[in-house]
Design a protein around this ligand. Structure first.
Ligand SMILES: Nc1ncnc2c1ncn2[C@@H]1O[C@H](COP(=O)(O)OP(=O)(O)OP(=O)(O)O)[C@@H](O)[C@H]1O
Ligand SMILES: [Mg+2]
Length: 317
């Protein structure tokens, strides 16, 4: 699949402004890799449940991989259950763990403890990425559908913060091991998603800079929802020279020129994303006002695999 920056990495974090299409992009990457024969799991975090809609999967499982399509699994991280697993791994006295997880005070504490929900979430993701069976990794690709930018960055930074701040001991050691994987440029790739509009692009550029400054491997950007370009540069100049007179033709030409103008604005945003992040963005087309389900994901995955020319904007053959 033509996702060069992400090709060799096992752990992929999909990040971006709220509503830009992170879940759709995570599902598209998963679809493309699964059909290329990779064993893929998409992890949903922060209590999101988009995968079940996208793949019309009725099963609601938490902390267990659910098959969504051949080779493609979903995994919804349950913070409470993960906290319990985490405590069980660190406090070896089981009755004490049971007592703790049954106590309301503990739940209030765990929800409020700075970074704890993020740390257990990241710990689950890390477990998926590190899982081996018979000496082979269980998953070729672990794709994390992150919450919107600020929370997504906080999720990534949490292991580093804990390993810096926690007292010496097993918690700090584990946070350090997680941080090493999450920052390892051969293991992990962060994919930042934007839409061809000003705010999502600015936020993507800022996120890339902040993450890189912190030592995270920003590996790719994805411009989601580009309007398929209908006119080439020559067409636009011909349209501009159509003589007036017939109102129907004038209206049609005006509408075509408007579409071309819109496409140019989107192209400018794409160029800005490329320049501002030092990446060559992957481009996904706007599918229009459809409900995105498996057949639409297959179309988007086709676009990643090498879109037909009509789906590609000028300048990105
Ligand atoms: N390429 C596309 N073409 C058409 N519609 C799209 C496309 N990508 C996403 N959408 C639609 O845009 C909306 C937002 O997409 P999605 O839920 O993936 O965004 P998100 O970034 O995950 O949002 P959130 O920040 O809420 O998690 C959805 O209704 C989705 O169907
Ligand atoms: Mg989402």
């Amino acid at each position: 699949m033509s996702a060069p920056g992400l090709f060799d990495r096992r752990l992929i974090f999909v990040l971006g402004k709220g509503g830009v299409g992170k879940s759709v992009v995570a599902a598209t990457l998963g679809t493309a890799w699964a059909r290329a024969g990779k064993r893929v799991v998409i992890a949903e975090v922060a209590d999101q449940h988009r995968l079940s809609d996208l793949f019309a999967n009725r099963e609601e499982t938490r902390n267990t991989p659910t098959e969504l399509a051949p080779n493609l699994f979903g995994f919804s991280v349950d913070v409470d259950k993960s906290t319990e697993d985490y405590l069980a791994a660190h406090i070896r006295v089981r009755p004490l763990v049971d007592l703790l997880v049954r106590s309301r005070t503990f739940h209030n504490f765990a929800a409020a403890a700075p970074g704890l929900p993020e740390l257990v979430t990241l710990g689950k993701v890390w477990e998926l990425a590190m899982a081996v069976d018979g000496g082979r990794p269980v998953w070729d690709k672990v794709i994390v559908d992150c919450p919107a930018t600020g929370h997504g960055i906080a999720l990534l930074q949490t292991a580093g913060n804990v390993s810096e701040l926690a007292a010496q001991g097993p918690v700090r050691d584990q946070a350090h091991r997680i941080e090493e994987v999450v920052k390892h440029p051969a293991a992990t790739g962060i994919a930042i998603v934007a839409r061809p509009e000003e705010l999502p692009v600015t936020e993507a550029i800022d996120a890339a800079a902040a993450l890189r400054a912190d030592g995270f491997p920003v590996a790719a950007t994805i411009m989601n929802g580009m309007t398929p370009r209908r006119f080439w540069a020559e067409d636009a100049s011909v349209l501009g020279r159509v003589p007036g007179g017939d109102p129907t033709i004038t209206a049609a030409v005006r509408s075509a020129l408007r579409a071309d103008h819109h496409a140019r604005i989107e192209q400018a945003h794409l160029d800005e994303l490329a320049a501002g992040t030092g990446t060559t963005p992957m481009v996904l087309p706007d599918l229009g006002p459809v409900v995105i389900a498996q057949s639409e994901l297959a179309l988007l995955a086709d676009a990643l695999d090498g879109a037909p020319r009509s789906l590609r904007p000028v300048g990105h053959p």
